[in-house]
Design a protein around this ligand. Sequence first.
Ligand code: 5GP
Ligand code: ZN
Length: 116
Amino acid sequence: MTGQDCLFCKIVAGDIPAERIYEDDQVIAFSDINPQAPFHALVIPRQHIATLNDLEDGDSDLMGRLFLAARAIADREGFGAAGYRTVVNCNRGAGQTVFHIHVHLLAGRPLDWPPG
Ligand code: 5GP
Ligand code: ZN
């Protein structure tokens, strides 16, 4: 799938509405439409990258930015001390359904381990 027909690229472009909770020059975050915890956000790069498998060496700074954004959001929302979870599903076997890389940020309830 190219960026052109990608759901999250359309959210980045503003063509599909989303409840944006963070944005900077490289990253946006918005509430998940089907939350799995009291707080569930998706942190994504503006740039279209399909999966973790598609990362290149030059993407290391961008991936760092995703996690720094997740940390900033968790801190702002008051979850830093209690804890939160970040998840990146890679490909269908791991539950990836939208092929634009994203970090799930989950918080607000006890989060069991191991996950399903
Ligand atoms: P994945 O299963 O690929 O790891 O995560 C995709 C996530 O995107 C799911 O948690 C799903 O609920 C969320 N999602 C799918 N479509 C939309 C949408 O149109 N808007 C928003 N805000 N989230 C979506
Ligand atoms: Zn995309």
